[in-house]
Design a protein around this ligand. Structure first.
Ligand code: ZN
Length: 404
């Protein structure tokens, strides 16, 4: 990241568990875990919006002088991946590798700073098995009452804190659990809300030998194990899209907390809103996806994609439209024109405002407006400080990830 004049502000973020903005208080090494993709389809703008929001967190911490230990997983073994592979007569390993490679390419094009650890579930199966073994031994997990497939389930009430992260009522929990990968009606469970940890091998499904019996892991335990083993408990930010608040983040936290006997799993739970198209949330099931790779192939500058998504606040559900992209392209052209001038108005106050707004729960609409104001002044009143355009270029690059 380029160095920029002035001083960074401490970052405040909305914490879903607390229901309010709270300062992040990282130590010398700030620790962040953001849930990664299930690689069965290309990166769409909903994914991009989420990873761009956490890229800003990464950048603001770096600007404040922290080292950042950022961990992201890839759910490279899960039902949706297997279902897609079967539908398309594809090999699930090849499908996963192909889509993961495309995701990395998209993230690089978008100038997302890479995680220090980018970890697949498959490569961490020995870690996951060890964690599940400990949960079984402590009584936080149990075998389903099913002699044929004694799958391992998590007793969701094991920690006494269940529900603290999402705060949903019982009815909402039941609905989201069923909609988002849970199996409330599975016979042999003690409670409909208990979550799968280890699925015993079924004919035709991939499986791994282990002391738990041959099988494969559930979804939430993957993130618990990967995060705990790299960041430890009580790390700074657990992030993802708002549809991960429940069940995924609630269970990842509960699994980890039951395992280590400490609370909370993460100090902040931060959730990005959903991106919609034509009035509906962008999702695979609705088929209304706009892919980053498609836009790139159409010649769209990835910097314009960043600015288009930053035009709205990361926590708001918002729509992707052609007009939004057109505005972002115009803004990018204006900024580039201003930053290429030989001189401009003093950059110090514009950079201070940029930092203030970003540190205030990533208020990108106001951060962009601060740069807009500098650019329009630079373009209307020629002359000024010869250092200013370079300082603005450095600040926009470092803090917003946009190269002018
Ligand atoms: Zn996760």
């Amino acid at each position: 990241m380029p160095r920029i004049p002035g001083t960074a502000r401490p970052l405040r973020l909305h914490d879903t568990a607390a229901g309010q903005l709270r300062p992040t208080a990282p130590g010398p090494v700030a620790r962040m875990y953001v849930c990664g993709i299930t690689p069965y389809d290309a990166t769409h703008l909903g994914h991009a919006a989420t990873y761009l929001a956490f890229d800003l967190v990464h950048r603001l911490w770096l600007d404040a002088g922290h080292e950042v230990h950022y961990v992201q997983n890839v759910t490279d073994i899960d039902d949706p991946l297997l279902e897609r592979a079967e539908r398309d007569q594809d090999d699930w390993v090849v499908l996963g590798m192909r889509e993961t490679a495309l995701f990395r390419e998209d993230m690089e094009a978008l100038r997302v700073l890479p995680p220090r650890d980018f970890v697949g579930a498959v490569e961490t199966i020995p870690e996951i098995i060890e964690v599940i073994g400990k949960l079984l031994a402590s009584g936080a997990a149990y075998r389903a009452d099913d002699p044929e497939y004694p799958d391992v389930y998590f007793d969701h009430a094991a920690t006494g804190h269940f529900g603290y992260e999402s705060h949903y009522d019982a009815e909402t929990m039941a609905r989201f659990f069923a909609e988002r990968g849970g199996d409330p009606d599975r016979p042999g469970k003690r409670d409909p809300l208990d979550a799968l940890l280890w699925r015993m091998a079924r004919p035709g499904e991939p499986s791994w030998e282990s002391e738990l019996g041959e099988g494969r892991p559930g979804w939430h335990i993957e993130c618990s194990a990967i995060a705990l083993n790299r960041l430890g408990v009580g790390f700074d930010v657990q992030g993802g899209g708002s549809d991960l608040a429940f069940p995924h983040h609630e269970y990842s936290a509960a699994h980890a907390e039951a395992l280590v006997g400490e609370h909370p799993f993460a100090r902040h739970y931060v959730h990005a809103g959903m991106i919609g198209l034509d009035g509906a949330k962008m999702s695979k099931s609705k088929g209304n996806l706009v892919f980053v790779s498609r836009l790139r192939a159409d010649g769209v500058d990835p910097a314009a994609i960043r600015l288009a998504l930053f035009a709205g606040h990361y926590r708001d559900d918002r729509a992707w439209t052609d007009a939004l992209l057109a505005e972002a392209r115009e803004r990018l052209a204006r900024w580039r024109e201003a930053a290429a001038l030989e001189a401009g108005p003093d950059a110090g106050s514009a950079i201070a405002r940029l930092r203030d707004h970003l540190a205030d729960d990533l208020d990108t609409p106001r951060a962009l407006a601060a740069v807009d104001a500098w650019a329009s002044e630079a373009l209307t009143r020629q002359g000024g400080d010869a250092e200013a355009p370079g300082q603005i270029r450095a600040a926009v690059d470092a803090l917003l990830g946009v190269a002018l």
